[in-house]
Design a binder for this molecule. Structure first.
Ligand SMILES: Cc1cc2nc3c(=O)[nH]c(=O)nc-3n(C[C@H](O)[C@H](O)[C@H](O)COP(=O)(O)OP(=O)(O)OC[C@H]3O[C@@H](n4cnc5c(N)ncnc54)[C@H](O)[C@@H]3O)c2cc1C
Length: 324
């Protein structure tokens, strides 16, 4: 689709180039299919990030400098990754995310990284054409902030942190679950771009589970839940698609609801404020709530040994376990 409001397209990943009325351009699959920037309104200029040259996938060992901070040199307390981390550039494409679990240069044996099993079902959760698969980017998906954004689901489900660069050299980090605030609404400030996402290797090492449901087979996600066992009797479940923004629910720890079906359902109902269940043609709020309860029950049964309840799998996309 033509973007009739656009007067100029620049190759730039420099936040100091940005001025009001500009939009960052990555894969362009939202910008050019809607013909506008649904997050900011009709852009006058597009700043094309695709020439930035950011490596799509970097495994950081402890002690390495962070992306977006290469020139600054080490800063006390901030110069190193607190834990080894997987960095995905904002410009990393969906096809590259899909290929990542098979990479030859994983820093640990594949069976020690069960979180990588989540990558493919999340990619499969796109209502994706060849174009979306090969052109659209992780950063574009998160910055668009659709409730059914599967890269948002993946990253929030793995406790990823977004590294944000802004004008005049500003730099900050936000958990992805806090960056996405609602449909087409993020915490990005004027001129800020997402440089990359940092996934702690610790999260990739935890046992994980994936559940997704849609009104139609391979349709847009109506509820997508990712669970991780964070301790012997503890779980973190991250809800997306059925809620307007990612919702993180911790169960079983001190001061947290119990890791049981009742604990889970009451915690998620308390956390989703009135009107927080998403409502569109892809699912009514009461159905999304019922499905969220059910998928969470299934995750509890899958991840916590000895939990009562059927360890069934609802939904059309499932995890293929390469390891256990
Ligand atoms: C047929 C079709 C099916 C689709 N199915 C889905 C689906 O199932 N789920 C879903 O979520 N989406 C879907 N989409 C929407 C879209 O393809 C994806 O959200 C995609 O991941 C967007 O990435 P992009 O790189 O193309 O973004 P772009 O179109 O380039 O940009 C989208 C927005 O993100 C901003 N942006 C891009 N990169 C950055 C950055 N690094 N920092 C800050 N802002 C940035 C842009 O300024 C713009 O506001 C679909 C689109 C089509 C056409």
């Amino acid at each position: 689709m033509d973007m009739t409001s656009v007067e100029e397209v620049l190759m730039s990943a420099d936040p100091d180039t940005w001025r009001p009325g500009d939009s960052w351009l990555a894969g362009g699959t939202v910008l050019l299919s809607y013909g506008t920037d649904i997050t900011r309104g009709r852009p006058r200029r597009l700043l094309d990030l695709t020439g930035a040259g950011w490596p799509s996938v970097v495994w950081h060992a402890e002690g390495e400098s962070e992306a977006g901070n290469e020139d600054a040199g080490p800063r006390p307390g901030q110069e190193v990754w607190p834990l080894p981390a997987l960095e995905l550039a904002a410009t990393c494409r969906v096809a590259e995310v899909y290929a990542l679990p098979d990479a030859a240069d994983l820093p640990l044996p594949r069976d020690l990284l069960p979180g990588l099993d989540l990558f493919r079902p999340c990619c499969d959760s796109f209502v994706a054409s060849y174009k979306i698969w090969n052109v659209s980017t992780v950063g574009g998906n998160v910055a668009t902030a659709l409730p059914a954004g599967p890269m948002t689901s993946l990253l929030a489900g793995l406790d990823a942190v977004a590294v944000l660069l802004g004008p005049e050299g500003t730099r900050r980090e936000l958990p992805v679950a806090d960056l996405v605030l609602g449909e087409a609404h993020t915490a990005l400030r004027g001129g800020e771009l997402i440089r990359c996402f940092r996934i702690p290797v610790g999260a990739l090492r935890q046992p994980s589970a994936f559940r997704r449901i849609s009104l139609t087979e391979r349709g847009r996600s109506a509820a997508l839940l990712i669970g991780r066992r964070t301790g012997p009797d503890r779980l973190r479940i991250v809800v997306t698609a059925s809620t307007r923004r990612p919702l993180v629910v911790d169960l079983g720890g001190a001061g947290q609801p119990p890791a049981s079906g009742d604990g889970w359902r009451s915690a998620v109902d308390t956390a989703v404020a009135d009107g927080g269940w998403h409502d569109d043609v892809h699912g009514a709020p009461d159905w999304r709530r019922a499905m969220t309860h059910r998928l969470g029950d299934e995750i509890l049964a899958e991840l916590l040994p000895g939990m009562a309840g059927a360890a069934r799998t609802t939904g059309d996309i499932t995890v293929e376990r390469t390891t256990r």
